[in-house]
Design a protein around this ligand. Structure first.
Ligand code: URA
Length: 229
């Protein structure tokens, strides 16, 4: 396998990570892509949304979830009363994997090797952000982060106790299970994961079922909002 896991620098904060990721060549997806699309949002965010990979518009603009799926996500967040300032948005893979057909660039679902190569960036983001809730948008993120057997249709909308990789676990007595001598300051006492439908899947849903799919996304996001209240 010619791909290898990315090797993010330590202790550089989100801006340092973003700068380093701009030059990532850990897998071959960088080559046809316009640029790395790193996560975006404040370092104080309590929720991290993890999508699949940037789409066409994200690739051009260099920002996650700014195309049609992003607009749907923004609308759903506001209906669920989740403040964008509490949210950091990123992707499991940070380059737009696609094939070119005539004038169109067609999205390709990332392969396990792309997810593996990119994962250290996601873990580095978690380590800096110390989120209380990680929301997986769609099956790619959920399978990559939770388990290959995760099924969105069956397991969506449930808050699952889960510690993001890169974040030190907290023991029942509230003490950090330090795997080194440095206390991981600011780590929340309890952290959760919730998976829900990918906004792009809602956009692809046939007309007659789309409103229901959208309402279900908003309902799942309200579960997240309540967990943070
Ligand atoms: N779909 C994703 O999974 N991520 C984006 O950033 C945009 C669309």
């Amino acid at each position: 396998e010619r791909n290898r896991p990315a090797d993010p620098p330590a202790g550089v904060g989100l801006e340092g990570l973003r700068a380093a990721a701009a030059g990532c060549r850990a897998c071959e997806l960088w080559e046809p892509a316009t640029q790395t699309v790193f996560g975006e949002g404040p370092e104080t965010a309590r929720i991290v949304f993890v999508g699949e990979q940037p789409g066409d518009q994200e690739d051009r603009k260099g920002e996650p979830f700014v195309g049609p799926a992003g607009r749907l996500l923004d609308k759903a967040l506001s209906y669920a009363r989740i403040d964008r300032r509490d949210a950091y948005v990123t992707n499991a893979v940070k380059h737009f994997g696609h094939i070119v057909k005539g004038k169109r660039r067609i999205h390709q679902t990332p392969k396990p090797e792309h997810l593996r190569a990119c994962r250290p960036w996601l873990e580095a983001e978690f380590a800096v952000l110390q989120p209380e809730v990680v929301v997986c948008l769609g099956a790619t993120a959920a399978k990559a982060l939770i388990s290959p057997s995760f099924r969105i249709t069956k397991d969506r909308g449930q808050l699952i106790p889960w510690t993001p990789p890169g974040v030190a676990a907290v023991a029942d007595d509230g003490h950090q299970e330090a795997d080194d001598d440095e206390p991981d300051e600011g780590a929340p006492a309890q952290t959760w994961m919730l998976a829900t439908t990918h906004p792009s899947a809602i956009l692809r849903t046939p007309d007659e079922a789309r409103d229901a799919a959208y309402d279900a996304l908003v309902a799942d996001l309200r579960v997240v909002a309540r967990a943070l209240a």
